[in-house]
Design a protein around this ligand. Structure first.
Ligand code: SF4
Length: 191
């Protein structure tokens, strides 16, 4: 097999296994100018707004690009002295916090023992959560420890935060949980 045919096949594998760019890379072509150009086109007429990654207290600086009020890109801000244009994987995916067609937008409830999910409206779900929190807290509240020390807590409710909770949400979550007397509070951002 001559070199050009082998190179063509390698490029074709790259195309069928993912992208045309993969095929070009297989031929040894540098993709940097192409990617830079694609990025340049995407944000060509965009408005740039400096912002901060919402996820953790590192507070990496970002640039948010918008076209007609819609976000088209979010990337690290090179001018930031502490992230220097870089973002961790979570911060780099901030775009998908805003734009994500796979994101569920309805509350789904699966009753105990049921095999199917049922769509609930938000009001109903919030009422149910509040009802269960109150019932559990009332049934398990401990005002004083056996030593007599005032503790005002419930050991029966646990708060587990997720990676997409932002700093402001975590602040309010802490206030609410502590106010209810919940002490088992955990989050990937270590609030
Ligand atoms: S989550 Fe990542 S990108 Fe965001 S502020 Fe923290 S370290 Fe920076």
């Amino acid at each position: 097999m001559d070199s050009s045919r082998r190179d063509f096949l390698r490029a074709a594998v790259g195309v069928t296994s993912g992208t045309a760019l993969g095929g070009l890379a297989g031929l040894g072509a540098s993709l940097a100018p192409t990617l830079a150009r694609a990025q340049e086109l995407r944000i060509k007429d965009a408005k740039t707004t400096p912002s901060i990654c919402p996820y953790c207290s590192v507070g990496c600086a970002t640039l948010v690009h918008t076209v007609d009020g819609k976000i088209v890109n979010i990337e690290g801000d090179l001018r930031s002295p502490h992230n220097e244009g870089t973002l961790c994987p979570k911060g780099a995916a901030t775009y998908q916090l805003h734009i994500n067609p796979n994101r569920p937008t309805k509350v789904l409830h699966r009753a105990p023992g049921a095999t199917d999910w049922e769509e609930w409206d938000l009001e109903r779900a919030m009422d149910r959560v509040a009802e269960l929190v109150k019932k559990t807290r009332d049934e398990t509240f401990i005002e004083r420890a056996t030593s007599g020390k005032l503790v005002n807590m419930t050991p029966a409710i646990f708060s587990l935060g997720g990676a997409t909770l932002d700093i402001e949400w975590n602040h309010i979550q802490q206030k609410l949980m502590r106010g209810l007397g919940i002490v088992a509070i955990e989050n990937q951002a270590r609030i």
